[in-house]
Design a binder for this molecule. Structure first.
Ligand code: GLA
Ligand code: ZN
Length: 667
């Protein structure tokens, strides 16, 4: 499959010419430098509201006209932002309702950014108004290629407008039926029964913070408020510029918004990638980052995404902002392309003289010229990306999927019980992702609502909460021949965090797995259990289910405690497929060893036949093959045939050595 927005890889980033409005010679210098750095796109206007509308209803677009023209004349596309991420002081002063109210009920003062109420009709109106002006003015501008909506939406507001909107949201979700809400939240507990919608508030420290049904509803409401805020922003853009795609930049695995839901509203997904390289475990970071890329690529069924931001050097918000090597940054950029990004974009093009981010890495440093280590690295990468246009728009095809579901992450965070200190959902998913990643097997990371049917193998670690229809979807997938792996604490609660009755995992899943779980044990660092699988012993870390087989074959048993010699790992043939239940958590190699066996059993193939040494990985995208070494040592690669080294433009074959943090692109 293919879906293209451009015919080349986008190389650019956040550009703030408005910060240099009094020294326009810098703008000209920027144009010269952008050419040298092989930049073809600039994201502008991200926080420019106070300059484009200096007073209510008074507009100043001259600077934007000038820079849009200049960028266009210099062959640079524009991703034009709507400015809602930060508002002008006059707006906050005149209409205090646009400012956010914190959980403690106190309204914030003007300041920082992302400090707006999501519900305020005035804010929504003002945002739509400035967006309309932008669309009207630039609808025919040849530089305008993408709408960059706001910037990193996030947070929540507890003002009365938002709380009222929440009550309305609840009425809709619970069919205007207070009894349904009371039942769903188990409100008989601690005398919490609600008799009027007005008694409901947002969850907060000094109020209701323990009703998990309420908390899940609030998470869903906050997601929907962001989506509705976004939909309000784009009304004039869709109307005036229907052909210009819209996106908004997501923040890694940010929990506050269900990105899997939000993504459906975007023309393409984009995200801001700030891994903390160079802390001595680049290999782990590369796995984690690959996982996140795969999460974002999977959100729209494999459609390429954009890496909207990354630092060309260090950031300024870690405790210690270590400088990364140029090779590291460039290998990280190539990794994004390999996993489905159609862009490498930076925050930021040029360091400001002042402001909170003046020490954040940038392509152009305070020295102002191109003779820097970072600039040379960016420029080298830019010239290489120009040779990779062949991958643009290309989907990758995966036969394996890991289920990571945003709503499930909320439910896992909220419950009280089992092992409260250890509930690492992402870590668990990563553990099951790693065996495929390190064997160069393309893997999707999907929600429990995505299409299961195209995969040979699905691993759904820690699928604690099930949405409506999930049980049926898993059942159908396995019945039709799929292989499914579930782990401890699978199918415990429904979407309201109400426990299923009749034993776990819920309902028909007991037949799919051929087991039932009677209890769940929590373990400490000192008190562990053990499991022996194929003559190797694995520790049971932190948590495990005590289960009974109802027809499933027992592949491993617990070694200690009162549940010694009861099943810990089972395999069940169900209709045309197979389901495994891994009842325990292991922080060692179990997932890796077990998946190795499954990869063989199911004949799941690596992306290519290139032989790599442990730690270097290969990804195929279209007819391009990316070979990357994220380890601390050089690695030998054995090519299975003659390839074209796309960057060097030379034929290449046989055995080669890939230096640490380096890459090859082959065809
Ligand atoms: C985020 C924001 C940018 C900038 C960078 C700094 O991604 O979108 O505006 O603050 O972080 O790393
Ligand atoms: Zn509000």
């Amino acid at each position: 499959m293919e879906k293209k927005f451009f015919d080349k890889i986008i190389h650019g980033g956040d550009y703030n010419p408005d910060q240099w409005i009094e020294t326009k010679e810098i703008w000209d210098e920027d144009m010269r430098l952008m050419k040298l750095a092989h930049i073809n796109s600039a994201s502008i206007g991200i926080f420019s509201w106070s300059i484009t509308e200096p007073e209510e209803g008074v507009y100043n677009f001259e600077w934007l006209d000038e820079i849009m023209d200049k960028l266009h004349d210099n062959g640079v596309f524009v991703m034009l932002a709507t400015p809602s991420g930060a508002r002008p002081a006059w707006l906050a002063q005149k209409y205090p309702e646009v400012l956010r109210v914190a959980e403690n009920g106190i309204r914030n003062e003007f300041g920082v950014r992302h400090n707006h109420c999501l519900t305020s009709p005035i804010y929504r109106e003002k945002v739509q108004n400035i967006n309309r002006k932008l669309a009207e003015r630039y609808k025919d501008h040849p530089a305008l290629k993408v709408w960059h909506i706001s910037n990193e939406y996030g947070g929540e507001c507890h003002c009365e407008l938002c709380r009222e909107a929440f009550r309305e949201w609840l009425k809709n979700y619970y069919h205007n039926d207070l009894d349904e809400l009371n039942r769903s939240w188990w409100n008989g507990f601690w005398s919490h029964k609600i008799t009027d919608w007005s008694q409901i508030s947002s969850p907060k420290e000094r109020g209701e913070k323990l009703v998990t049904g309420l908390k899940l509803a609030w998470n869903r409401f906050v997601t929907d408020s962001h989506i509705s805020f976004f939909e309000n922003e784009i009304v004039p853009l869709r109307e005036i510029t229907p052909d210009i795609p819209v996106t908004t930049n997501f923040m890694r695995m940010y929990e506050g918004i269900d990105y899997q839901k939000f993504a459906k509203h975007l023309d393409f997904v984009s995200w801001d990638n700030y891994p903390y390289w160079e802390r001595g475990f680049n290999r782990y970071i590369s796995t984690e980052t690959a996982f996140v890329h795969d999460v974002f690529r999977s959100m729209k069924n494999g459609q390429p995404f954009f890496m909207m931001e990354s630092s060309p050097s260090n950031v300024n918000w870690h405790d210690v902002n270590k400088l990364p090597r140029a090779e590291t940054q460039n290998t990280a950029a190539i990794q994004a392309i390999a996993h489905g990004s159609d862009s490498v974009q930076y925050f930021q093009w040029r360091k400001g003289r002042g402001g909170h981010e003046k020490y954040h890495g940038a392509v152009v440093d305070h020295c102002g010229h191109e003779n820097t280590r970072v600039f040379r690295g960016v420029s080298k990468l830019g010239s290489e990306l120009e040779k990779l246009s062949g991958v643009v728009g290309k989907y990758s095809d995966s036969k394996v999927a890991i289920v990571y579901d945003w709503e499930n992450s909320w439910a896992i965070k909220h419950y009280c019980g089992y092992n409260n200190a250890k509930r690492d959902y992402i870590e668990e998913c990563l553990k099951w992702y790693k065996p495929f990643y390190s064997n160069s097997i393309s893997t999707d990371v999907i929600s429990m609502e995505d299409d299961f049917s195209k995969y040979d193998l699905i691993v759904a670690p820690y699928l604690y909460m099930l949405k409506d229809g999930t049980i049926e979807r898993i059942e159908k997938y396995v019945a039709n021949g799929g292989t499914f792996i579930g782990t401890y604490l699978t199918g415990i609660v429904d979407k309201n965090d109400l426990c299923y009755l009749g034993g776990f995992p819920a309902n028909e899943l007991k037949n799919v797995f051929g087991i039932w779980a009677e209890e769940t044990d929590a373990l400490t660092e000192k008190i562990k259990n053990a499991v022996i699988f194929e003559n190797k012993e694995y520790t049971v870390d932190h948590i495990c289910d005590i289960i009974h087989s109802n027809g499933a074959k027992v592949l491993a048993e617990y070694q200690k405690d009162f549940y010694k010699q009861t099943p810990a790992l089972t395999e069940n043939y169900y209709k045309n497929g197979k389901a495994y239940y891994v009842a325990f958590r292991n922080d060692g190699d179990f997932a890796t060893d077990f998946c190795k066996k499954l990869i063989e059993d199911l004949n799941i193939r690596s992306d290519t036949d290139i032989k790599t040494q442990d730690g270097s990985v290969v990804r195929k995208r279209g007819d391009h093959i990316f070979v990357m070494n994220f380890t601390d040592n050089p690695k030998d690669i054995e090519l299975d045939k003659e390839y074209l080294d796309v960057i060097k433009g030379e034929k290449i074959s046989g055995k080669i050595t890939l230096q640490t943090m380096s890459y090859l692109v082959l065809k």
